[in-house]
Design a protein around this ligand. Structure first.
Ligand code: SAM
Length: 219
């Protein structure tokens, strides 16, 4: 990493841990994972950039308006919980009650995510140690905001999308490597943001059955 990249890494990852005493910034590369089902389809662990989560939160809140709080937020591939923590902090700041769930197939991450949540909020939060492709999304009985920071390949993404049929969903996709799969399932692109670094590339999609009044597409 050159000097500029190190500074950005510090600002967008390490600073959060320094401020809150959490453990999110250290990467874990694929060869270092112990075996779990579908490991071959997953990506390695890196924490979302703080400002990227805040930006997506603000876009989703403005787009969904007063119904925002009634959506279930789920970070698919939550790792050590960074996006859940930042999202929940934003909700707290705005006095919005929204359920925030993190899901990861690698159990050691879920333990860390719970410990991180305890440090900031004094509770263990909502986390599940399981594959995103195993979840019964209909059981939430409400519309969903799915947050994906490049967690897995198109095989798992398609399995997840198969399970979402008929549920109104907003998908926030940071580093949208498999965006064509979403398009294939009829998802509509409503927001595109690009930066110099791939961590600043975010696209936001809505499912075909998500009704939004006054949709101004920002692409
Ligand atoms: C790039 S990290 C994202 C971390 C976190 N979402 C964040 O924003 O800080 C990708 C994560 O996806 C997880 N993952 C990969 N495949 C998965 C699957 N099938 N189900 C659940 N989690 C998965 C990995 O364990 C890893 O923690």
């Amino acid at each position: 990493m050159d000097w500029n990249e190190q500074l950005t890494h510090f600002r967008q990852r390490k600073l959060f841990d320094l401020k809150y005493g959490t453990d999110t910034a250290n990467n874990l590369m694929k060869p270092e994972f112990k075996p779990v089902p579908n490991l071959e389809h997953g990506k390695h662990y890196m924490a979302s950039w703080t400002k990227e989560v805040i930006h997506s939160y603000q876009f989703a809140k403005n787009l969904l308006g007063p119904s925002f709080g009634s959506y279930q937020f789920i970070d698919l591939g939550c790792g050590k919980g960074k996006a859940c923590l930042v999202w929940r902090l934003q909700c707290l700041k705005d006095n919005i009650k929204q359920d925030v769930l993190g899901v990861d197939y690698y159990p050691p991450f879920i333990d860390i995510a719970r410990a991180n949540t305890k440090k900031i909020f004094g509770d263990l939060g909502h986390f599940l140690a399981t594959g995103a492709e195993t979840i019964n999304y209909h059981s939430f009985e409400c519309p969903l905001i799915l947050y994906l920071y490049n967690p897995f390949d198109a095989v798992i993404l398609a399995k997840v999308l198969d399970k979402l049929l008929e549920i109104p969903v907003l998908v926030i996709y940071n580093i949208p490597s498999h965006r064509t799969t979403l398009i294939h399932y009829g998802y509509k692109l409503v927001y595109v943001k690009q930066g110099d670094n791939q961590n600043e590339d975010t696209q936001i999609f809505i499912s075909p059955n998500l009704q939004i009044k006054h949709l101004d597409i920002v692409v």
